[in-house]
Design a protein around this ligand. Sequence first.
Ligand code: SIN
Length: 337
Amino acid sequence: MVETLMRKTRIAVLGTGGTIAGEASSASDVLSYQDSQLSAADTLAPLAPYLPREVELLALQISQLGSENFSTDTWLLLAHAISRLDQTEEPDGFVLTQGTDTLEETAYFLHLALKTAKPVVVVGAMRPATAISADGPLNLLRAVQLAASPQVRGFGVMVVANERIFSAREVTKSHTSSIDSFCSPEFGCVGYMQNGDVKLHRMPSRHHTINSPFSVSGLQSLPKVDIVYAYAGAGSESIRAFLDGGTRGLVHAGTGNGSISSVHQMAYREAILRGVAVVRSSRTGSGLVSRNGAVDDDAFGSISSDTLSPQKARVLLSLALTLKQDAPELQRYFDNY
Ligand code: SIN
């Protein structure tokens, strides 16, 4: 008899804290709790009976941090940890557990920066692990199942939440507390998890991971990029403070189609003259900020964010500034990533 030795599908699970690792004093308390208490191994323990036998998990604790405390250094730490693991442990896929508050930013950063075709799934929870009806264990089980699926090889970084699969570029947190908080307002999900089966409907269309020019290998810090929020009567103090703080890029979270008030325009003109990149995005939450629409970008020297939200535009601009400085080249990144 010939015996075939099959290597198990190995999934590396990196824990960073957040509500998925949170604990409350009462199982009925879903709002006041301590986040970042359980280790990655602890959060995986309830999944054991439901994991297919051919899947093996490798749990690693990277940090214990609410995601509101993440910084661009945390993103680099995670990218470096995943790249190192990819070489040393050769897993078939990755799951990153983190707080949901800035989950979409980490996911998009990794989507642009990682050099792997293996599935990478970022997952969190809206309720602490101690809640009667905690969403973390099911989200995490689905994340492992998705990361183990050869169907999503080459999809880049995905987020799975409440049985939906999203692409990192498109997903956003849209509710303060509902378990159905994650959505993609413009494009919808890329597929569903159905009792653990991956049901895909489309592929992410923009370039990412192995098809992006961005590399963070050896990089210890990212260029400083800040977000300026627009509102009726806003002054230019924040822009001036960011310039004094040494910012290299400013993302305008603009009204409507990325419009800029005359007060802000004066300050941005000075920024552009100083070589600081200015990207126009919108605070509306959906839609495409059209180039040369609300502002004549060609004349002003600004860049339009395409469909990226202010926080996602900041991620792309930080990486783009590691390669290019001039507005037309930066615009090309926003048109393609
Ligand atoms: C966090 O982002 O760390 C807290 C909130 C959450 O995980 O849902």
